[in-house]
Structures are given as C-alpha cells and as structure tokens.
Ligand binder design. Structure first.
Ligand code: DC
Length: 221
C-alpha cells in the first residue's frame, strides 16, 4: 500500500538533493527531512574516531540523541535534543565522519528508527541515501538523482567560490569520489536506486529542468 504522505529523494554527495528536496517540500507543502544532517549531527555529537568504539559504547551514546522535525517546506527545522542543527555540520570533515559512522549497522539501525519515527508524525519529502530502499519503501514517489563526480565537484566548487571560500576543484572531486566509494559499497544499506525509483541524470540539466522533471513524475504518479 503506497504511503501517500512521503516522497523520497536519494543520490550521492553533491548532486543537488538538498536544494531540490527543499523546493519540492515547499511546492507540496510538506515538511523537509534532511537525513544526511542527522548523520552529520550524530558525528558531531559523538566526535572523531567514534566509529572505532565498541558497539555497546556507541549504542549508549546514540541513546542520548533525540531528533525532532517541526515546520514545513524551506522553514522545516530539524533539531537534536531540542537544539536546531547549525552550519557547523556542513564541513567536508564532518561529512566524512558521518560517512564512516553510516557504514556501521548499529548507527543505521538507530537512524532508521529515528527517521521512521519522524515519518510517522509528519508528511515528508525525505532526502538521503536509503530513503526509497530501506527507510520509506512504500513512499508515494521515489527519486534517485545522479551526476558525474566531475560535475558534482564543479557545482560544489562554484558554490564555495560564490561564498568567498577558498576551493580546490581537484581536491573536491577527490573527496566526492572517496565518499561515493564508501557510501555505494558499504554492506548495510548501500547507496542504490530503489527498483521503482524515477532515475534522473542531472549532469547536463540545470536545477529548474530537474525540478520540472520531478513535478511531472509526481503528477503522472
Ligand atoms: O547527504 P550528506 O552529504 O549530508 O550525508 C553525509 C553522509 O551521511 C553521507 O556521506 C553518507 C551518510 N548518509 C547515509 O549513509 N544515509 C543517509 N540517508 C544520509 C546520509
């Protein structure tokens, strides 16, 4: 039975999921759930090398984290233990820590329960890596976005440049490839499209074109 209240958006790092998921949530009047931010906030709370801890210690630390989502569209607010997530989670270092933790079954199980719990209470556009395959397999509509690592690196480079931050294109592409490899090849919930996902290769499309393709798929579904 399809869950009419959930739309999922999966894909690799830097493909534009966040911008498009927010825009879609705004368009549909649904809450926006950024599950990458949940992994990043977990990595910040537990700290460097937490992925090497014994399972029981990790389980204990995870049990102290409580995620909530309020609001809708671009004004959706994700919080951990009552505190809204900040831009401090948006560094490549935190992303790599999150990716390390995300390979561990105990962390994924914790996140699965937390994410499904949020989905029980709200109608959502949920973005991540395993939204359509594992977390919300009965979602009304599932999207999987992809683009070459070079194009994703180029977009990230332009974004950093626009913010006046120093950026090294070759280094960014290298980081994207490293995270892709780890996210796509892990044993638990690897990044793969759901069999019933709408696949969109965004390499040569701009954001408006991708958004239009998504809205069209939703209207047909
Ligand atoms: O989407 P993001 O770049 O903010 O995610 C950071 C890391 O978290 C990503 O490299 C892998 C992990 N992640 C995951 O394993 N599953 C998700 N649903 C979301 C993120």
């Amino acid at each position: 039975m399809p869950d009419s209240t959930i739309v999922t958006l999966d894909g690799p790092a830097g493909v534009g999921k966040t911008t498009l998921a927010k825009r879609l949530a705004e368009h549909l009047g649904l809450a926006y759930l950024d599950t990458g931010a949940m992994f990043r906030a977990t990595a910040c709370a537990l700290g460097q090398d937490s992925w090497t801890w014994p399972e029981e210690k990790l389980r204990q630390a995870l049990s102290g984290l409580h995620f909530t989502l309020s609001g809708a569209g671009a004004a959706s607010i994700l919080a951990v233990n009552g505190a809204s997530l900040t831009e401090a989670i948006r560094t490549e270092t935190v992303a790599m820590w999150a990716s390390n933790l995300a390979a561990l079954p105990v962390v994924r199980e914790f996140q699965k329960i937390a994410q499904q719990d949020i989905g029980q209470g709200s109608s959502l556009v949920a973005e991540g890596r395993d939204m359509g395959t594992v977390i919300f397999p009965t979602a009304r509509c599932k999207f999987f976005l992809d683009a070459t690592p070079e194009e994703r690196g180029r977009r990230r480079f332009l974004q950093l440049e626009a913010q006046g931050q120093p950026a090294d294109l070759a280094g960014i592409i290298e980081q994207i490839r490293a995270r892709d490899l780890q996210d796509r090849t892990r044993a638990t919930a690897p990044l793969v499209p759901a069999v019933d996902a709408v696949l969109i290769d965004t390499t040569s499309l701009d954001q408006d074109q991708v958004f239009a393709a998504m809205v069209q798929a939703l209207n047909q579904g």
